[in-house]
Design a protein around this ligand. Structure first.
Ligand code: ZN
Length: 136
C-alpha cells in the first residue's frame, strides 16, 4: 500500500491509494464521472473527472482528471492526472505506473503560468493567420 502526501497541497496525507487529500478534493463537493472508451478490442481508455463546482453557472474551481495515456519516454501506458485549482493558482500534472500507482513523473506550477503559455500560443496563432480577436 502506497502512502504519500497529497500532490496538490503537499501537506495533508493523501487518501489511501489516491493522489489527493480530502481537503483538496472534498468528497462531498465532488462531481465524478467516468467514461470508458473502447479504442480497440480489449483495450479501453478510462477517463475519470472529479470537479468541485460550488456555482454551477461558473467554471469548476477545482478539477481533477485522470486518463490513461501512452508515455513515449518510458514506452508504456501510464495513468496521467491533471489537477487544476483556481483558488490557489495551482496546476499539477502526475504520471503514474497504472499497476503500482508509483509516481513516475510529476510537476507543480502556477495555473496562471499555464494560462500565460496559452495566451502566448493564441497570440502567435492570431499573428500567423491575421484573424480577428474573439470575445472571451
Ligand atoms: Zn491536499
Amino acid at each position: 500500500m502506497i502512502q504519500r502526501s497529497c500532490v496538490a497541497c503537499e501537506r495533508e496525507p493523501a487518501a489511501s491509494g489516491l493522489l489527493f487529500c480530502a481537503l483538496c478534493t472534498p468528497p462531498s463537493q465532488l462531481q465524478q464521472s467516468v467514461t470508458i472508451r473502447m479504442t480497440k478490442p480489449n483495450q479501453g481508455i478510462t477517463d475519470v473527472r472529479a470537479k468541485v463546482r460550488p456555482d454551477p453557472t461558473r467554471r469548476p474551481v477545482r478539477e481533477a482528471k485522470s486518463v490513461e495515456a501512452w508515455n513515449h519516454d518510458r514506452q508504456r501506458l501510464e495513468l496521467k492526472t491533471i489537477y487544476t485549482d483556481r483558488d490557489r493558482d495551482l496546476f499539477v500534472e502526475v504520471w503514474q505506473d497504472p499497476e503500482t500507482g508509483e509516481i513516475a513523473w510529476a510537476k507543480r506550477e502556477k495555473l496562471s503560468d499555464q494560462d500565460h503559455h496559452g495566451e502566448r500560443t493564441k497570440a502567435a496563432q492570431r499573428n500567423q493567420t491575421g484573424g480577428s480577436d474573439s470575445a472571451g
